[in-house]
Write a protein that binds this ligand. Structure first.
Ligand code: PRP
Length: 213
């Protein structure tokens, strides 16, 4: 946090690019950030007193909770998984997809009968919350770091909890959506103290974005 600068943490990659495009449309720009070859980690717009940095998605809520960034933009999947003390203030609508329980068709029987199954996921907290608190089903959760669809294919798990966007990864690997956990999209989050101290500046950005979306 800073007295004069508002600092933004953005999840690296497509999400950050889309976010900067959107910001540009409402007059929030950062020329420094457009240089694709730069190794710089933090970018400043001196005129508007704004700072931007890119981080790994799961680190965005951490920077915002501790106040190292006032505002963050990250997927709802990451917000739910990290479960940090931040305010979610706006649905930016892009990056829309779904968190789902997926697996081979036959596995839907295991979901109906509350069997103790194995669930692989990059999102162990979301998976745990879904099975324990919503379905009241005791399961074994196995954390993976990517290519989660391999789980049921190679016999590591019965099902997976993962993001489905177009559905083509599932289709190409003979898996189906068995249950939907929740819808996802990019969200803006704010540090609770910044929200008090900088509410005017922050809410004016939120308002502009809301009107634009
Ligand atoms: C994500 C997700 C699925 C896939 C879904 O993975 O985990 O695997 O995209 O998209 P689709 O429904 O359009 O096929 P990502 O590509 O981010 O890589 P990862 O498997 O390493 O997490």
């Amino acid at each position: 946090m800073n007295n004069c600068y508002l600092t933004f943490a953005l999840g690296k990659g497509r999400l950050a690019n889309r976010t900067m495009e959107l910001f540009e449309e409402i007059g929030i720009t950062c020329e420094e950030m457009k240089d694709k070859n730069t190794r710089k980690l933090i970018f400043v717009n001196e005129e508007l007193k704004l700072k931007f940095f890119l981080s790994k998605g799961p680190d965005v809520p951490t920077y915002v909770e501790y106040g190292a960034a006032d505002i963050g933009v990250v997927g709802r999947d990451t917000i739910l998984e990290e479960n940090r003390n931040v305010y979610e203030v706006l649905d930016l609508k892009y990056g829309a997809c779904r968190m789902c329980v997926c697996g081979p068709k036959e596995a839907s029987e295991l979901l109906k009968h509350h069997e103790r199954i194995r669930v692989a996921s990059k999102y162990p907290n979301i998976a745990k919350d879904y099975f324990y608190n919503r379905k009241h089903q005791t399961v074994d959760i196995i954390k993976l770091n990517g290519s989660v669809e391999l789980g049921p294919i190679v016999g590591l798990s019965d099902v997976i909890v993962d993001i489905v966007e177009t559905g083509s990864t599932l289709r190409e690997n003979g898996l189906d959506v068995l249950e939907e956990v929740c819808p996802l999209s990019a969200r803006m989050i704010v540090n609770p103290v910044s929200m008090q101290l900088e509410s005017e500046r922050i809410m004016s950005i939120v308002k502009k974005l809301k009107e634009h979306i």
